[in-house]
Write a protein that binds this ligand. Structure first.
Ligand SMILES: Nc1ncnc2c1ncn2[C@@H]1O[C@H](COP(=O)(O)OP(=O)(O)OP(=O)(O)O)[C@@H](O)[C@H]1O
Ligand SMILES: [Mg+2]
Length: 316
């Protein structure tokens, strides 16, 4: 296997007036070169924080991040500058991530300017990038507010692609777009991956999107990874009670199959000063006393990991 990115026991805690908020709490996984790792989980489970840690927009509290086999957790100075060319991010809302006073051309060019590329090269590359992401080069002097959401996100993608990165974190890149445009942008991301071998970490709470785009999936719950496996396997055979509930919410296309939706009762626990046991315990229909102990991510089936001490009994 050809691993591009690996995280080991990654943590990000925020100090808040109420205590320490465990936004990401001991997450480990690997992403293979040229593949897409989907990250799913409900609002507030730490997806964005994880993505921001991966691209060094956030400093980790603990753990390690490896890129091309090298520990980049505390990259600084020139190393960080170089890394920022290879590791990029696309945000959910291109409207707030693009500078409203910058033309499309300037926005796409900015990463190249920072890397001090010669002017002629920048002009050529910008035209090429606009072509790659499907924006008419005649729009190069337009401003973000003059474009529709889909085109704005294409600019965001162009900006991410500019320095020819090998890894892009896509943080809900289509959630703010109309459904008809979502498919176009997803297809664009997939075409770019095929053509340039880019590796993605794709964050979303939309399960149909993640199913469509991911090779592997990480399911997060309150800062922790509760299940990870190849995408097809996860959808066919979810093991963790939370994943089961999450997937049961997808409408079935099979009219003969009665939908068995698992309704989660109880509130999401607080991520502030969390208890050591399973974070899903207050909502889990299978919880016992054993769940009050810390849970470990274990390989239950080949290449299929879950962190639940009751997983074997539940799936028998
Ligand atoms: N800068 C910060 N300071 C304090 N708490 C933060 C900060 N950033 C994020 N958090 C908290 O960390 C937790 C995880 O937030 P995060 O934005 O990563 O979740 P998310 O899974 O991306 O949610 P969503 O699906 O709504 O985008 C939340 O409880 C959030 O309030
Ligand atoms: Mg988020």
């Amino acid at each position: 296997m050809n691993t591009l990115v690996e995280v080991k026991d990654l943590k990000k805690y925020f100090n808040t007036p109420g205590g320490q908020l465990h936004a990401v709490d001991g997450v480990s996984f690997k992403i293979q070169k040229g593949k897409t790792m989907g990250v799913v989980g409900e609002s507030g489970c730490g997806k964005t924080t994880l993505g921001r840690l991966m691209v060094h927009l956030e400093e980790s509290t603990g753990g390690n991040i490896y890129f091309e086999g090298k520990d980049i957790t505390h990259a600084k100075g020139i190393e960080l500058k170089k890394l920022r060319q290879k590791v990029r991010i696309i945000f959910q809302d291109p409207f707030s991530s693009l500078n409203p006073r910058m033309t499309i051309r300037s926005s796409i060019q900015e990463p190249l300017r920072i890397a001090r590329n010669p002017v002629e090269e920048m002009v050529m590359r910008t035209n090429q990038l606009m072509d790659m992401v499907g924006i008419d080069t005649r729009l190069h002097l337009s401003f973000p507010h003059e474009l529709d959401g889909g085109r704005r996100q294409r600019v965001g993608i162009g900006r991410a692609l500019a320095p020819n990165p090998s890894f892009i974190v896509c943080d809900e890149p289509v959630s703010a777009l109309d459904v008809s445009i979502q498919a176009q942008v997803l297809n664009l991301l997939q075409d770019l991956q095929q053509e340039y071998g880019i590796t993605y970490m794709f964050i979303t709470h939309d399960l149909s999107v993640v199913r469509h785009i991911s090779d592997d999936i990480c399911v997060m719950y309150l800062g922790q990874l509760v299940e990870t496996s190849p995408s097809k396997e996860l959808f066919k055979n979810p093991l963790h009670p939370y994943t089961k509930a999450l997937l049961s919410a997808i409408p079935s296309t099979d009219i003969y199959k009665k939908p068995k939706r698992i309704m989660l009762k109880g509130e999401l626990s607080s991520p502030i000063n969390p208890k050591p046991g399973c974070r899903f315990l207050p909502r889990c229909p299978y919880a016992t006393d054993a769940c009050r102990e810390p849970q470990k991510l274990e390989e239950i089936l080949p290449n299929h990991f879950a962190s639940c001490c009751r997983v074997k009994e539940i799936n028998d």
